[in-house]
Ligand binder design. Structure first.
Ligand code: NAP
Length: 244
């Protein structure tokens, strides 16, 4: 029987690489998107054309009613949810003293509260089945902090804390909760960085390159597999040695 995964922010970047890899490995995939309707429809079409069972749903993860409707839609279209990948997120750079309260709030609402909404909504369906996995996409900056990204670092550190606490709480129900902390990954999220800033980040990475979205997806596929059934509450660094 095919397993079902919800992937948030699956139209682009890391989420899209996850959608393509999980679909190719026999998962039924609910592609969540928010603003990227065209890219999401194109991904949905291309996966369907390959014969993969996929569904598409627009939801802003900051909105609990929209998240609940997405989970309901997934249950109806694809069946019980085996896996949630909390991937959707935003980035922004600002001196801490210049950060507005609105910018702070938007970051926390998206990168931390969005994870809360999706996880709680999906967990309510996993707990009675006593099975399921949650994979959160955190960041190296949640581990070590980034200058000029205090709000992003705080939100991602929150995701790491949530992962560890929840792993303890739902472990007895046979549900594994882990996070991946990517280093610098070549996606649209890196577009605002100048060539000089990118070169500096590469220099700080022992493997001297950025990661590919597919390399995060490969780690997620392993964490989702039965081979990872004894792994929970962990922060897996996929970062080229950026944080050791
Ligand atoms: P990306 O290409 O900018 O994609 C971000 C995704 O998040 C998009 O699919 C976007 O969906 C979605 N999203 C944003 N706000 C949303 C909302 N309110 N509701 C639903 N979806 C929303 O970035 P990425 O690099 O793939 O990032 C994916 C995750 O990896 C993020 O959590 C990011 O923090 C984390 N990460 C990235 C890096 C990196 O270097 N790239 C490093 C560490 C961690 P729409 O386009 O449909 O709105």
């Amino acid at each position: 029987m095919k397993k079902t995964v919800i992937i948030t922010g699956a139209a682009r970047g890391i989420g899209r690489a996850c959608a393509e890899l999980f679909a190719a490995h026999g998962y039924q995939v609910l592609i969540n998107y928010y603003r990227s309707a065209v890219a999401a429809a194109e991904l949905h079409r291309s996966l369907k054309a390959k014969g993969y069972p996929v569904a598409l749903f627009q939801a802003d993860i900051r909105s609990r009613p929209q998240v609940d409707r997405m989970v309901e839609y997934c249950l109806t279209e694809l069946g019980p949810i085996d896996l949630l990948i909390n991937n959707a997120g935003i980035a922004q750079t600002s001196l801490f003293v210049d950060l507005s309260a609105d910018e702070w709030q938007e970051m926390i609402d998206t990168n931390l509260t969005g994870v809360f909404h999706c996880t709680q909504s999906v967990l309510r369906t996993m707990l009675p089945r006593r099975q399921g996995k949650i994979i959160n996409i955190a960041s190296v900056w949640g581990q070590v902090g980034a200058s000029c990204e205090a709000h992003y670092s705080a939100a991602k550190a929150g995701v790491i804390g949530l992962t560890k606490a929840l792993a303890k709480e739902v472990g007895p129900a046979n549900i594994q909760v882990n996070c991946i902390a990517p280093g610098i990954i070549e996606t649209g999220m890196m577009d605002p960085f100048t060539p000089t800033e990118k070169a500096a980040l590469k220099e700080q990475t022992p493997l001297e390159r950025f990661g590919a979205p597919e390399e995060i997806a490969a780690c997620a596929l392993f964490l989702a597999s039965d081979g990872a059934n004894f792994i929970t509450g962990q922060v897996i660094g996929v970062n080229g040695g950026f944080v050791i």
